[in-house]
Design a binder for this molecule. Structure first.
Ligand SMILES: *Cc1c(COP(=O)(O)O)cnc(C)c1O
Length: 227
């Protein structure tokens, strides 16, 4: 599939949506994107917004409080001291990247009586710039993750390291799907693996090929962000 990085936000959204399989949920990544552009995306049918920072999301949620049916997704690394705020702001947290954070979120969710949907972030290749479990670390932590009573563990999230070829990215996405399948086959009571959060502007067709269920697109919808 060729993506034309041109046109208005509405046109880009329409073009991409029309090319997506029904099984793929489009999350519009709106970090550094102005409110007017977010409203345009909403008018074009977007209901899922992804933000990397809790504070930025909080400000935008106040300004967009009149939009009733938006689902907010946290996609950036979460520091434990912002965990409570994150639970109050986001229905989905894709970037749960350690056992410590998961247990903390579960305790806080219990006290707030919330049941957030989360993905476990994995890193299948060494990457000093990214957080997340290796496959082996994750498999070792599953028994403890399965104790979480309030988190709804939905699947795995991953971001490939920069500099991979398309073939390597596809392989990494497929490995992630296989890891999810393996965990699903273990039949944990409280760990579901039906979702995969993978695919960004530069690689989402490969993620779709590998069976992703959620793609997180920023630049291809809204244009380049300020550096
Ligand atoms: C910024 C970001 C995206 C969107 O990236 P684009 O290249 O703009 O599509 C997706 N996922 C995460 C985790 C991000 O930080």
């Amino acid at each position: 599939m060729t993506v034309h990085w041109a046109g208005t936000i509405s046109e880009r959204i329409a073009q991409i949506k029309s090319s997506l399989p029904d099984s793929v949920r489009l999350i519009a990544v709106t970090k550094q994107v102005p409110i007017e552009a977010m409203r345009e995306a909403y008018a074009a049918g977007i209901r899922d917004f992804g933000e990397s920072k809790v504070q930025e999301a909080e400000i935008k949620q106040r300004e967009l409080a009149d939009l009733p049916d938006v689902v907010w997704h946290l996609i950036g690394h979460l520091q434990t001291n912002k965990a409570q705020k994150a639970l109050q702001c986001f229905q989905w947290i894709h970037s749960v990247d350690s056992l410590k954070l998961a247990l903390r979120l579960d305790r806080l969710a219990a006290s707030l009586t919330l049941e957030p949907q989360i993905c476990l972030q994995v890193k299948l290749l060494p990457d000093p710039d990214k957080y997340g479990w290796t496959a082996a670390e994750l498999l070792a932590d599953l028994a403890e993750l399965n104790q979480c009573q309030y988190l709804q563990i939905k699947g795995l999230m991953t971001i490939p390291p920069t500099g991979l070829s398309e073939v390597e990215v596809l392989e990494l996405f497929e490995q992630n799907r296989q890891l999810a399948n393996k965990i699903q086959a273990q039949n944990w009571q409280r760990i579901q693996m039906q979702d995969l959060s993978m695919g960004m502007s530069g690689d989402f067709p490969l993620a779709i090929q590998a069976g992703t269920t959620m793609i997180r697109l920023g630049r291809v919808l809204f244009g380049d962000r300020q550096a």
